[in-house]
Design a protein around this ligand. Sequence first.
Ligand SMILES: Cc1ncc(COP(=O)(O)O)c(C=O)c1O
Length: 336
Amino acid sequence: MNHETRVYDSILEMLPSEENPSPLVRINRLLPPELARANFRLFAKLEWLNPFGSVKDRAAASMIADLEARNELGPSRPGRGIVEPTSGNTGLSLAAICGVRGYPMRAVTPSKVPAEKRMLLKLFGADLDVTNDAMCPLPGAEDGTIGLARTHARASSDRYVMPNQYENQANVNAHIRTTGPEIWRQTDAKVTHVFTSLGTCGTVTGLARVLKARAAEVGRTVRIIAVQPSPGHDVPGIRNTSELDVSRLYDRTLIDEIIEVPFDTAYDRVLDLCRVEGLMAGPSSGLIFQGARTVLERDANAGTLPENGVGVMIFCDSILKYASSMLKHHPELAGE
Ligand SMILES: Cc1ncc(COP(=O)(O)O)c(C=O)c1O
């Protein structure tokens, strides 16, 4: 493995780490003038450049490594694989890693997840159950996404183990080991704001723990800002706080501010990011960008923005998986 020449013996060696971080790319033409005047630098962390295309590569790799370390998967459990409720990205990362490691994979997915994501799960060899559930897996009925995955894990424990990204500490640990330290190093310990979304909350909880602790060690602070879509949203992978009961990894005490953004603006910001910054950001990234801009402009106008601040937005995945969602919000893109 050589991160300098980028020659690898396996795709799994490309998973992100402090030595091989996902890129931070600065926002230039879309930076509001108030922020430019305060010398505020805003960066996007491009998680779609991870090997299987999203931030969830981190959680998936960490959860599989944890199952292997506890002999729940691997040579002592021949033929056993994974079942997981997923709105797509975790399932895709798990399916790809399972393929490489030789484990079977079953994904249980809500029907409202874009067809592109369902196709990708099958393309990567996952067996697929589609439930008539909300956009993100919800708790409750046994035929709901989480219930059905649990039923598979219980009824066929020789064939499946369920990592359960919503409760699994290995999901948080992935961000304690990788995302947080990467940001600290990439910003030369100068990060002042992080903007992220709420799904399983592995990302926000893990990176907040690391960055708040490291900043405190050097007498600084980092503001952690979560951006949530307005209720009734159609942004896959993320949740409004009213939908967070299922996410046992959510720790409100680590989050300085939660800002709600009208969900359809996510798709407008995707257009801007593609056309003006060349960033093929997905809908949750568009939402985070809108939230970051709102918070930072407000603070700049109130005179509370630090001089020379550094903001990092976690851009979880790219627009390439969301053609159908994008066309729904911007039918003019059909080119007809
Ligand atoms: C597109 C997208 N954005 C954001 C998130 C949220 O990340 P987390 O589950 O770590 O809260 C997810 C999680 O699945 C996602 O798929």
